[in-house]
Write a protein that binds this ligand. Structure first.
Ligand SMILES: [Ca+2]
Ligand SMILES: [Ca+2]
Ligand SMILES: [Ca+2]
Length: 162
């Protein structure tokens, strides 16, 4: 198996599995739809990523450490878990799984393995996430794109769970 494939698989499973339940809607669209028209353009996404990188770099030194990365993700995860109607037991499992995956993801995204995620490394991961969400590849993430992607991710995750 080529390394590029396992990277894609990790991102696919780890990136958005938390909002796989259809009634919870698309976290991707909720996160990046700045003008609230129900879809995400590339411009909205890029602006959102820049803002998120700055917010994640809590000590403002220009790069994101593993601790900063996990802390930022953990904050969003807790919001999603709070909004979810799953049982507490399931939430504990989900939390452990997601945090573990987030550490793995940091290691994968930190391409030169210096423990620092630069804006360029962060942007590369964002570009992949956008492409993955844009099911019909027209450069805009609509609810239909998000639903199609969520269905694929559910299938991938069920496979990974087996
Ligand atoms: Ca929008
Ligand atoms: Ca930092
Ligand atoms: Ca699209």
């Amino acid at each position: 198996m080529k390394p590029a494939f396992s990277l894609a698989a990790i991102l696919l499973i780890a990136g958005t599995a938390i909002h796989a339940a259809p009634h919870e809607g698309s976290a991707f669209i909720r996160d990046y739809d700045a003008n609230h028209d129900g879809q995400v353009t590339r411009a909205e996404f890029d602006a959102g990523r820049v803002a998120r990188f700055r917010a994640t770099d809590t000590n403002g030194d220009g790069w994101v450490s593993e601790d900063e990365y996990v802390a930022e993700y953990s904050g969003r995860l807790e919001q999603q878990l709070a909004a979810s109607d799953r049982s507490e037991e399931k939430k504990v499992e989900e939390r452990q799984r997601q945090i573990r995956q987030t550490h793995v993801r940091f290691g994968v995204l930190d391409k030169d393995k210096d423990g620092k995620m630069t804006q360029a490394e962060y942007d590369a991961s964002g570009a992949r996430a956008f492409a993955e969400q844009d099911d019909d590849k027209d450069g805009i993430i609509t609810q239909a794109d998000a639903a199609a992607t969520a269905a694929k991710q559910r299938a991938a995750r069920e496979k990974a769970d087996r």
